[in-house]
Structures are given as C-alpha cells and as structure tokens.
Design a protein around this ligand. Structure first.
Ligand SMILES: [Zn+2]
Length: 251
C-alpha cells in the first residue's frame, strides 16, 4: 500500500515540487527561515516558530482502524515538546461517513487497493477517522492545552487530504497556509503520524508555501513498507526539510 501511496505522491506532486523546490529553498535561505543552529547549540523555539502535531488520533495508534506501529509511543515526547513551544497547531483527519477514500465506498474494492479519481490515483483505506467517532478523537493522553488551532482535513466527501496544507488534488487549500502567514509564523516543526505520509506531505507543502520545515524524527512514527520511509526522507531532504531529533530542541 505504501508503494502505491508513494507512487501517487511521486506522480501527482513530483512535478510541482520539482518546479517549486529550487525557488522555495532559495527563498527560505534568503529569509533565513532555514537557519541551521551552530553545532552543539540547541534550537530555542521562538515567537515565529510553530509546532505542528499531525494526526495523533485513535485510529492511527495500535488498536485503531489504520494503526501506525508504536504510534502511541510518541505521545509523551510530543507533550514534552509542545510544552516548549509558545505556538502549537494540531491536525485531525476528519472524514465523512462513506468517504471516497474508504474501500467500503467502492463496491468490489478492498482496503489498500487503488482506484482512479478525478484528482489522480487514490489508495483505498479501511474506514477511519469518521467525523464525531472515537477513532477520530485525538489521543486521550495528548496534553496540549495551549494548542491554538486544530485544523481538520479530508472532510470533503469526494476528496482525500494527507497534507495539513493542501488536499489530495494538490491545490484545494485547507486554509492553513493563510493562517500561518497571517500569524507571522516562519518555521514549522512537525511531529506525529505517519512520518512517511501525512507528516511528509505536510512538510513538503510547508516548503511549497515558503516556510522553513523541520521534522522531529523521534517524535514521529512511520509505516515504512517497501522503503517508503527512506523515499519520504529523500523527497523531504530534496526540498530543504530538516531532519532533526527532539534533543536538538531546547525544551
Ligand atoms: Zn484519512
């Protein structure tokens, strides 16, 4: 399934990303948005930095409908990191019943098969993160009372959304880029589930809209099938997404 998802990413986004990558990197460099911290110096989150907590929801943790291995193991670290950020945004996968990304909406199809939709190849998933159900709830141990925004995605019945910024057609905005710009944030730090899918797509899109982006590796978990995790890092590195660890952050 992961190969399929990656192929979808490559086929639908590679062109756009390739076109914007060079410009994005140059722009970010010019703005100082991708400042590397001097060796041994920890990153101290400031007023223009925001932590993006991606899809830490019951259906993506062990026992959920679309579980990521060890997905629950990141929760204490995510809480600890969040406490060190003045600004935190969370995302929630938030599908209608009968959503087009569900295999159950396509007679004769099984989960992890694909189908062709107007916006490209869609991987079909088990029903997950249905609006208002316990599976769509944020993990109960997530303690981020100061979170400023929960952005919901994938709520259009006819379109999926892995990224926090753009839905699966690559152009329908979730509104997050406008929010982030209005708030004056320049650098996004990403944690959550899964590294090689929603975190990756969100990080790539953060770069696409001119933000600096760093993925805090040990506060994410990936699915990693058929080399998907390596491919995701390759894609992210190519557009200037930084790969860091929680110990790089002073919290
Ligand atoms: Zn989904």
């Amino acid at each position: 399934m992961v190969t399929d998802r990656r192929e979808f990413l490559k086929s639908t986004m590679a062109g756009a990303l390739a076109a914007t990558a060079a410009a994005g990197v140059t722009r970010a460099h010019a703005q100082g948005a991708q400042q590397a911290s001097p060796k041994g110096t920890k990153i101290k989150p400031g007023p223009r930095d925001v932590l993006l907590v991606v899809d830490v929801q019951n259906d993506f943790i062990p026992g959920g409908a679309l579980a990521v291995k060890e997905g629950d193991a990141i929760v204490p670290l995510v809480n600890q990191l969040a406490a060190g950020f003045e600004h935190v945004i969370l995302t929630q996968d938030w599908h209608t019943p009968g959503h087009i990304s569900f295999a159950s909406s396509h007679p004769g199809k099984k989960p992890f098969e694909t189908t062709q939709l107007a916006y490209g190849t869609q991987v079909l998933w088990p029903d997950h993160c249905v609006q208002g159900t316990p599976g769509a709830d944020l993990h109960k141990d997530l303690k981020i009372p100061h979170g400023e925004l929960i952005i919901r995605k994938g709520y259009r019945k006819q379109m999926d959304s892995y990224s926090a910024f753009f839905e699966a057609d690559g152009k329908t905005t979730t509104g997050l880029s406008g929010y982030v710009k209005d708030r004056g944030f320049r650098q996004v730090y990403l944690v959550g589930l899964a590294t090689d899918f929603c975190v990756c797509w969100s990080a790539l899109d953060a770069r696409k809209v001119g933000l600096g982006a760093s993925v805090i590796e040990d506060a994410c978990r990936g699915i990693d099938t058929n080399g998907s995790l390596g491919k995701a890092w390759e894609q992210m590195t190519k557009v200037g997404v930084k790969r860091i660890r929680s110990t790089d952050i002073a919290v």
